[in-house]
Write a protein that binds this ligand. Structure first.
Ligand code: HGY
Ligand code: MN
Ligand code: MN
Ligand code: MN
Length: 400
């Protein structure tokens, strides 16, 4: 089967129009926003044109279903609040192209998916978490975004489109093409990464409550400043994590809300996200113990109250050997000696789908390793190499 590079690239650019923003090829298309819903409608039309049966489930996951048992290919079409044009979109459009190419060549049946809220407006890979049964729809509905909007309210405008959840039993496996979102392939001048495993993640919100007060009259030693609590917590944590982490371990305080966030007011409240990732579940657990104890200790020393939100998490997962071997063979065919096996530090829907089906993933390089930023990009030749490897693997699996 032969994917059409021009049609594939044209579709990728067409999808970027929904939520196009910022400099370069930036995209703002968080789950359930107007641009996300419009992008899904556009994808649904392309799926129908490709002879696939279109189905939205109650979460807003969008499937293009081939008849009978099939491989499932895809990724997500929602974006970060400031994202690039390829994170997720590449895997969905490549899936569509391979489905079309396979059908034209009489190859194996291919279904396509765009999962909803992979980027975690409401949680962590929420759409595929619900589809794979990690999270019930009722639990998901109660999740809120940073603005306090509940998922139930956000998905309501899509309710009219929703059919039943798709039975995973109709799929024989799942393959996701994605950008690497890191520097490894780009700096080595390689074209393809075949993923060995995906890290695990823990993610929670922590709140420090102190005393809101006048910034001019409150002596320093009498303050119960929630921001200073957060700052002290961060510094201590950096020190304590040093004994536990490996070069692959990462942790991030990425969202902070101070109340009332005003120049002349001692902050009375700090609410912040903390997220940590590693390939080893035990290490994730040790880090949790350390950060909880550190937050309690800092709060006590500074007269603050600390509270911990619900912890969201995904376990580390290894890729399926048979699917991975098909990708490795495809990589050697399309990009001889210009590929490698590597782990994924980014999360993907594949982690959730692995609960149900054999899964595998492949990466193409991210220029300068930039992603989750408007500047995210990949050379056209590498995008095309990615779709070719995906097609070659599907071909091989169809013959096996
Ligand atoms: O945050 C992540 O790893 C992903 O891009 N959702
Ligand atoms: Mn992604
Ligand atoms: Mn992402
Ligand atoms: Mn005053």
């Amino acid at each position: 089967m032969t994917p059409d590079p021009d049609r594939f690239l044209a579709d990728l650019h067409a999808l970027r129009r929904f939520g196009a923003a910022g400099v370069g090829k930036g995209v703002v298309r968080p789950a359930y926003c107007e641009a996300d819903v419009a992008a899904r409608a556009w994808l649904a039309e392309r799926m129908a044109e490709a002879g696939l049966a279109v189905r939205y489930d109650p979460m807003g996951n969008l499937f293009g279903l081939a008849e009978g048992p099939s491989l499932l290919l895809g990724s997500h079409s929602d974006s970060q609040p400031e994202g690039g044009w390829l994170d997720g979109a590449l895997g969905v459009v490549a899936a569509l192209e391979v489905a079309r190419a396979s059908r034209a060549a009489g190859g194996p049946p291919v279904s396509v998916v765009s999962f909803q809220d992979e980027e975690g407006r409401f949680g962590v890979t929420t759409g595929s978490a619900v589809w794979s049964g990690q999270l019930s729809l009722a639990e998901a509905d109660r999740l809120t975004d940073h603005a306090g909007v509940a998922l139930a309210a956000a998905r309501a405008p899509m309710a009219g489109l929703a059919g039943a959840f798709v039975d995973p039993g109709r799929f024989t496996g799942f393959i996701e093409l994605h950008i690497e979102q890191g520097p490894t392939l780009d700096s080595a001048g390689e074209q393809i990464g075949v993923v060995s495993d995906i890290v695990g993640i823990r993610d929670m919100r922590i709140t420090f409550d102190g005393q809101q007060n006048h910034a001019g009259t409150t002596p320093m030693h009498l303050r119960r400043d929630a921001f200073q609590g957060l700052a002290a917590f961060n510094a201590l944590l950096e020190e304590r994590f040093r004994n536990v982490v490996t070069p692959r371990t990462v942790w991030t305080i990425g969202h902070v809300a101070l109340h009332p966030n005003a120049t002349s007011i001692v902050p009375g409240r700090a609410v912040f996200s903390i997220q940590w990732r590693d390939g080893d579940a035990d290490r994730l657990g040790r880090m949790e113990e350390i950060l909880r104890a550190t937050a309690v200790e800092v709060a006590k020393a500074r007269g603050l109250q600390v509270s911990f939100g619900a912890m969201l998490g995904l376990e580390p997962v290894a890729m399926d050997a048979r699917l991975r071997a098909a990708l490795e063979a495809g990589a050697e065919q399309v990009a001889p000696k210009r590929w490698r096996v590597l782990p994924s530090g980014a999360l993907h829907d594949a982690t959730n789908v692995a609960r149900l089906l054999p899964v595998a993933m492949l990466f193409v390089p991210s220029i300068d390793g930039i992603s989750h930023a408007f500047g995210e990009d990949t050379a056209e030749a590498d995008l095309v190499a990615g779709v070719r490897v995906l097609a070659a693997a599907v071909d091989r699996l169809g013959r096996a």
